[in-house]
Design a protein around this ligand. Structure first.
Ligand SMILES: [Fe+2]
Length: 553
């Protein structure tokens, strides 16, 4: 059985190929188009996953679509019908886009006439979370903006079955509230939420908390959100109205405006509010399922700070590597437990890499080293203060670079964070960087009972020795790296540890400002030449610039 999983038309479109019970390949469309969070039909990603096993669209037995377009259409129509005049133009726009977004029509135009199976949006989230976990019994909590109607679900996973117990429907959405305040703070919704999370520890969460909480009505297992403050039901541009400004007694921030203490306080209050509601959901999930295990899914499962609160109710917590809609391309195909790795994207042989490097020879010094020598050399370079782009093996699936498309640096150098933010990433100075640590020595430096292989939990740091990878509140969004998960990256961090006593490296995604994560060696070399990154490593090639002033297109 060959299954093609697809998620598209909201954000983070992706495709996955599953043969039997093995996830063969998966990728997000954004990596191929360069458009961040690309929501278009993932034709490039489909082409890639098929090419991994020399298949064509005609070889596919079933397509699994990550949500149910009919139920979604019902929600949109019902919502528009509430305010027909206000939504007149929006409705017209929706009808037009709907016509061009019919999965059946698009797949037929590609030559696929087989079965298309539609799954509930939150089922795809829950399936990706639970079936990729190690648990035989688990509570499953999914929280996002909105699927068809659902915005939050609580299910129980038992063996190869998922039973839904509770769902909360649109317009009661924690994800949309988070995105709304993200927009209020002058950041882009569906992207700027990370900035709000990064800003939150700088603020006083008591300032706006009670005002934000007054928007909610909490019942025993659910919540409702008063819609008088929001435009979610009749606008696709602005997410809030004047009533919210009145409630908050703060003007919305424009994107280029200075970030004031008020903005920091609002970010902190939002994070506190989210955590407050999230904790209630966790308690309900515990009460209903009685499980000691928890799987988290949906875009909100990228909120690492909130995720760590799950230990208040659960002994073990699993968050998959792509909990948002991208991962649903895989989740939609799964109907039983599966072993999976996040390294599901394209990889490049030495021969392919060499051909590309030859093109850029006038600009570069290129050394091919034996692996142990390379690890030793790169470790010394990082410890010596160099910024190294590290491109290895298969590209990661999901928002995080997990050591195959990463920029690595020395977290012990207190100036490294500012240098990376200002010079390489050209982003806001308040944004933190994350540490990657060997799994064996995780306990020694971080205060957490469980590993965090996908950077999805924020934990307290036990050390003052990695200031550039520690946030202002002494927390880290840590990645624990095991030999089994990523042998070469593990070897590198181990080597850094034997040279410095601290097996930790600062790990951030290999991209420059507003770019998607690096896909291929050609892109890697161009980005390297055009930036202030000191060294580039692709497979076992160590690459240095001849001249810092060259630029290439
Ligand atoms: Fe979602």
């Amino acid at each position: 059985m060959i299954k093609l999983g697809i998620s598209a038309f909201y954000h983070d479109s992706a495709a996955a190929l599953i043969i039997g019970n093995k996830v063969i390949a998966a990728a997000e469309e954004e990596r191929f188009t360069g458009i961040k969070h690309d929501s278009s039909f993932p034709k490039n990603a489909i082409r890639y996953v098929l090419s991994e096993v020399d298949k064509t669209i005609y070889d596919i037995n079933e397509v699994h679509w990550y949500e149910n377009p009919e139920t979604k259409d019902n929600r949109v129509r019902t919502t528009f019908a509430k305010k027909p005049f206000r939504t007149f133009f929006l409705n017209r726009k929706y009808k037009k886009s709907k016509k061009s977004q019919d999965p059946k029509d698009i797949l037929e135009s590609m030559g696929y006439t087989g079965k298309i199976i539609y799954h509930d949006h939150h089922y795809s989230h829950a399936a990706f979370a639970y079936f990729t976990s190690n648990y035989d019994h688990s509570a499953i909590l999914t929280v996002d903006g909105v699927g068809e109607w659902e915005t939050t679900t609580i299910s129980v996973g038992k063996g190869n079955k998922i039973h839904k117990k509770i769902s909360i429907d649109f317009p009661n959405s924690l994800g949309m509230l988070y995105s709304t305040i993200t927009a209020y703070l002058g950041f882009k919704p569906n992207e700027g939420e990370y900035k709000v999370m990064g800003l939150a520890p700088y603020g006083d969460s008591s300032v706006y908390f009670s005002r934000l909480l007054s928007i909610f009505e909490n019942t025993s297992n659910k919540f409702t959100i008063q819609q008088k403050y929001f435009t979610w039901e009749y606008s696709d541009r602005i997410m809030f109205n004047r009533r919210l400004c009145k409630l908050l007694k703060l003007s919305p921030r424009l994107p280029e405006e200075e970030i004031t203490q008020d903005h920091k306080n609002l970010a902190a209050s939002l994070q506190k509010l989210y955590q407050y509601q999230f904790l209630r959901l966790l308690k309900t999930a515990k009460d209903i399922t009685g499980s000691t295990n928890l799987c988290l899914g949906g875009g909100c499962a990228y909120n690492g700070k909130a995720n760590s609160l799950a230990y208040n109710y659960f002994k073990s917590v699993y968050i998959p590597f792509a909990p948002s809609d991208a991962g649903s391309a895989i989740g939609a195909c799964l109907d039983r437990k599966v072993k999976i790795t996040p390294y599901l994207g394209p990889q490049f042989t030495d021969k392919m890499v060499k051909n590309i490097l030859d093109k850029y020879k006038p600009f570069l010094f290129i050394f091919k080293l034996e692996e142990d020598k390379l690890i030793n050399k790169v470790s010394k370079l990082i410890n010596g203060g160099n910024i190294v782009a590290w491109f290895q093996g298969k590209m990661e699936f999901g928002a995080r670079a997990l050591g195959n498309r990463s920029i690595l640096a020395n977290p012990r150098d207190p100036s490294m964070r500012d240098k990376l933010n200002k010079v390489i990433k050209k982003r806001e100075g308040f944004r933190p960087f994350a540490p990657a640590v060997t799994e064996e020595r995780f306990d020694q430096f971080f205060d957490s009972q469980e590993i965090s292989p996908y950077m999805s939990k924020v934990v307290k740091s036990k050390t003052k020795l990695i200031p550039s990878a520690t946030h202002i509140d002494n927390t880290c969004r840590v990645q624990t790296v095991s030999k089994n998960q990523n042998k070469k990256f593990h070897k590198l961090i181990t080597q850094i540890g034997s040279q410095t006593g601290i097996p930790v490296v600062l790990n951030t995604s290999f991209n420059l400002k507003d770019q998607t994560i690096t896909l291929n060696p050609d892109q890697a070399v161009k980005r390297f030449i055009n930036s202030n990154i000191d060294f580039l490593v692709i497979n076992n090639f160590l690459i240095q610039k001849k001249n810092d002033n060259n630029k290439v297109d």
